[in-house]
Design a protein around this ligand. Sequence first.
Ligand code: SF4
Length: 84
Amino acid sequence: MCCQAYSVVPIQPGDEVPDSMVRHDPATGQLGMTHLGGACIAFDRETRNCTIYAIRPLVCREVQRDDCVCRTARETMMKQSSNK
Ligand code: SF4
């Protein structure tokens, strides 16, 4: 869910994701994963898996199932689906 809930997935020094999947935010000066159609560009909607799992950004590696980031993502997605 965090692959869809968070429009900003920051890239940090040491992350080795493909340049083609990264965008520069001129407002903040930061690099982040490109978001397309409501999900991270690396998110496969059919399999619901990360297509770059082995080299996913550090921020994605740090999220643990049911931690506060995970729960916030779940709540965001539930609100979005109830607003449709
Ligand atoms: S890089 Fe992979 S794990 Fe991280 S947000 Fe994108 S799809 Fe999800």
